[in-house]
Design a binder for this molecule. Structure first.
Ligand SMILES: [Zn+2]
Length: 285
């Protein structure tokens, strides 16, 4: 959709679709493919509480989007969906292409349609990058979703993955504090895929930006912790719709999803191993 038409439509019919569909075999299924909707599987809050069981498959996911981010059963690596291909950046930093029957406990995808782009040069850190992207969001509407692809040269980027978790699962921040792996790259070409969630999404996801990265040769990747952009182009897809796929899985139904997970989610999304070591030291002082 062209931007003007899209924003007009968004004003008319911006809608939050809570599609809790009758699942087969405990898996989320729905009518595929609205390009004007962000398709989300489960909640970041359920992932944060340790619900790492997959509730949909890679094959099913591809019917709902060609671009996005997420993770895999047991938090077995970071998901990057780019140009219709699902990549899995596993513990050793390498990116592999999972089979269609691999399952997914949490993800967000959409069919990417470029609406607005912005050139980025010498962006010193994550805060400055988010500030630049927020300017675009301010101009186009803070209460929409945005999927972004940032492609170019990264002067420095720190990404993480993690070892696959086994049952009984720990909460996400605890699992990551123990089992996170980190990789630093310099002067590397690639694409950051990111999602912006508006402020009202606090109970379902995390508000603001969340980025994953994959190298241009599609062989390495992870969840972005720190970044310095040399020269890149950010292309944003403003998206007015939201589709949520849940599960009747008994463990999922037992969770108290009203619990405030904000701090734990912030830790899980941003903590580096040196932050974790510093926190451990402070605790033992
Ligand atoms: Zn992530």
């Amino acid at each position: 959709m062209k931007r003007k038409t899209r924003l007009f439509t968004a004003l008319l019919c911006a809608a939050l679709f809570l599609a809790a569909l009758t699942p087969a075999r405990g898996q989320a299924e729905s009518v595929p493919g609205d390009p004007e909707s962000i398709y989300q599987v489960a909640l970041l809050q359920s992932l944060a509480q340790g619900h790492f069981d997959g509730i949909t498959t890679v094959g099913e996911l591809k019917a709902h989007g060609d671009t996005g981010i997420g993770t895999f059963e047991g938090v077995n690596g970071e998901m990057i969906v780019l140009d219709g291909v699902v990549y899995q950046a596993i513990w050793d930093g390498s990116a592999v292409v999972p089979e269609d029957d691999e399952t997914i406990p949490f993800c967000n995808v959409t069919f990417f349609e470029p609406d607005v782009s912005v050139s980025l040069t010498d962006i010193p850190d994550m805060a400055a990058l988010q500030e630049r992207l927020n300017a675009v969001v301010d101009e186009n509407g803070v209460n929409l979703f945005y999927m972004v692809k940032i492609t170019g040269e990264f002067s420095a980027i720190k990404v993480r993955s993690e070892y696959k978790q086994e049952k009984p699962y720990r909460e996400l921040d605890v699992a990551l504090a123990a089992d996170q792996t980190e990789y630093d790259y310099e002067n590397i070409r690639g694409t950051m895929v990111g999602l912006y969630c508006p402020s009202f999404m606090g109970g379902l996801n995390s508000v603001g930006w969340h980025f994953h990265f994959i190298t241009e040769d599609l062989t390495r990747g992870g969840h972005v912790l720190q970044v310095r952009v040399g020269s890149a182009e950010a292309v944003l897809d403003a998206t007015p719709g939201f589709t949520l796929a849940l599960t009747d899985d008994a463990d999922f139904q037992r969770m108290d999803l009203s619990r405030d997970m904000d701090e734990a989610i912030h830790r899980a999304e941003t903590a580096t191993s040196s932050d974790t070591a510093a926190a451990d030291e402070a605790e033992h002082d």
